[in-house]
Design a binder for this molecule. Structure first.
Ligand SMILES: NC(=O)c1ccc[n+]([C@@H]2O[C@H](COP(=O)([O-])OP(=O)(O)OC[C@H]3O[C@@H](n4cnc5c(N)ncnc54)[C@H](OP(=O)(O)O)[C@@H]3O)[C@@H](O)[C@H]2O)c1
Length: 320
């Protein structure tokens, strides 16, 4: 029996469960069991997928094996960068892989179109070895296709990911349907305070990826996190997730380990109610006190204008 879901309301009126299972780097052979366990045994009703993770077929098998009715599950997937000119084709592949009729949320994975090559590479490269960014293609034209897919009923909501305030400020005036979310790297070492305040003002919900610091969950050993956990009889992981849930940020912890899948869900909800405003303020200040760090830094040769984004080796532009 699933626990009642804590949800966040989106600007289109839909309610999204505030904890979702991440699936990046969940290997074929283990991801389907993880998804099945999360839905059937651990109470999750939200799965975060992407074509780019190369495991959507197995994720779909896990969803089916869980026996949880489709309409009770929030499924998100993402458009890979080589598909900006053919969004419906990409969505159809994802729907087929997952073996579902519709998505609850479809995201533009990166605001960076790549020029597809004949070999069908996921990351086509230029002769100089940099990623082959399509500088002419406008991401607002990608978005028009997203809007059409929502109108057709193939997706219930549409959103963006990895979009900075600077990009959003140019992008939002060109859209008819506002993104419901921006999925970003957010955690105690990369709290993105300014971007979050802008998103709140625009009515766009923030989703936190890599909430534990990605592979190996390095943030678990932070001293302030450990202290907060001890003070409330929690695990450090609970604090990392509860810190986000307490701020109504959707968090997407990835795990393929049944015990962790279960405790991440219950721990996040429990910690969100136990952490005090003083705890949150302390965690909010860690990055500014010298611990600012981003764990996911693919070498896009474009200026994405994240305050803390490493300087790219070659700067191409992205059209909006
Ligand atoms: N939009 C984007 O561009 C983007 C980018 C990155 C990620 N994402 C999404 O966000 C999700 C989460 O991010 P992430 O996968 O980078 O990292 P994460 O969730 O921060 O961390 C995952 C790591 O933490 C471990 N872990 C999980 N629960 C644990 C626990 N209770 N105790 C100890 N270790 C634990 C996992 O190990 P085990 O699996 O071995 O248990 C794995 O090594 C992704 O899976 C993906 O769905 C989106």
């Amino acid at each position: 029996m699933a626990a009642p879901q804590k949800t966040v309301k989106l600007n289109n009126g839909l309610e999204m469960p505030v904890v979702g299972l991440g699936t990046w780097k969940s290997e074929p052979g283990e991801v389907s069991k993880a998804v099945e366990y999360a839905l059937k045994d651990a109470g999750y009703r939200h799965i975060d997928c992407a074509f780019g993770y190369g495991n959507e077929k197995e994720v779909g098998e896990g969803i089916k094996a869980s026996g949880v009715p489709r309409e009770q599950i929030w499924i998100t997937s993402k458009l890979w960068s080589t598909y900006h000119q053919k969004v419906e084709e990409a969505l159809d592949i994802t729907l087929k892989n997952l073996d579902v009729e519709y998505l609850d949320l479809f995201l533009m994975h990166w605001p960076v179109p790549l020029r597809p090559n004949e070999k069908g590479d996921m990351i086509p490269l230029r002769p100089d070895g940099s990623r082959d960014v399509d500088e002419e293609w406008k991401i607002s034209d990608t978005w028009k296709q997203f809007e059409d897919l929502q109108k057709k009923g193939k997706v219930r909501s549409i959103g963006v990911s990895n979009m900075s305030q600077k990009t959003l400020e140019q992008f939002l005036p060109k859209v008819s349907i506002k993104p419901v979310v921006d999925q970003l790297e957010i955690h105690v070492y990369n709290p993105q305070h300014e971007l979050l305040s802008y998103l709140r003002q625009e009515g766009i919900v923030a989703q936190a990826y890599s909430p534990l610091g990605s592979t190996g969950s390095p943030l678990m050993t932070d001293e302030a996190v450990v202290q907060a956990a001890k003070a409330h009889g929690l695990q450090p992981v609970d604090v990392l997730l509860g810190y986000l849930v307490a701020k109504d940020i959707v968090c997407l912890p990835k795990s393929v380990t049944p015990k962790r899948i279960e405790s991440n869900y219950t721990g996040a909800i429990s910690a969100a109610s136990k952490l005090t405003p003083e705890d949150i303020a302390k965690l909010d200040g860690l990055a500014a006190a010298g611990k600012q760090k981003r764990f996911v830094t693919p070498p896009w040769p474009v200026d994405l204008s994240f305050a803390d984004w490493p300087t790219p080796p070659t700067v191409y532009s992205v059209s909006i």
